[in-house]
Design a protein around this ligand. Sequence first.
Ligand SMILES: [Mn+2]
Length: 331
Amino acid sequence: MTNLAIAQAAEAINSAKSIVLSCHINPDGDALGSMLGLVHALKALGKDVVPVSHDGVPDIYLWMPGAEFVVRDCDRRDFDLAIVCDTGTTDRIGRAAEAIKSAPASINIDHHVAEGDFGKIRIVDTKASATGELVYRILVEMNTSVTKSIAECLMCAIITDTGSFRYLNTTAETFEIASHLMKCGAVPADISELVFENRTLGSVKLLGRALDSLQLTANGKVAWAHVTAQDFADLDAADAETEGIVNHVRAVRTAQVGVLFREIPGKKVRISLRSREGFDVNKVAQVFGGGGHHLAAGCSAESPLVDAEAAVIAEVVRHLKQNNSTETTDN
Ligand SMILES: [Mn+2]
């Protein structure tokens, strides 16, 4: 990504009258925060703006300023410009795809590793901690005044994707941007509480079930756990309520990789992978048709839970062995 692309994006936004925006399915704080941060800026410019999220706005993000503008579907095909946040492919935006594809101009704003090639203008930087950082850079280019609403949306994007500034993707620039957002009215403590300490009872109990199932393999280097369809039924909980559980799995001292399996009714298994520096979980996720980042990735499998577990853990162990043999050769 270049400064030229940012200038082109600002130009495309300035010349468009109607703009459709979208983000990936099962949206997280970064997907929604970056999309809504833009929405506020575009509305202030008098643009006709429609943000579309296939899965709407999950409960824990409903406080976000502008959440009320988000629609789950859009029949219009008359937009001048389409903007997709936090994914590079229209395969991951669900029902928004047709409206997005119909616009003559398009911008992709993303930080995922090689996730597609959507967008005539591509603001893609895998070193950005969050898509929200890239949105911030565009707003600066546009001389947008960062209102409290914009600041809260972008702060939420950064807080969620950096695990509250703890993950390796956090850079000096992340703090510089966050510092400015705070001066513009976003309070990180409030946002953290709204996002991380705002769990349903079912969600906290699911954490208990998952941790109870935790197992170690490969001399403790791989920690893995699951939530079964029975757990979801017993606790009347949904898959969205498993968010963040995988981080507890990886927290085991010896674990280089943490994996959480969720058995979704209908025989589908969703898998989240987290690693420490030195192990690229994106490579494992890609083997199963998924993707993400080096330290955080996901995929799914259409097989019974035990089979999905066996296949994914075997692949993780295989990559672990490969890593170790590369290290030995390098020495
Ligand atoms: Mn993101």
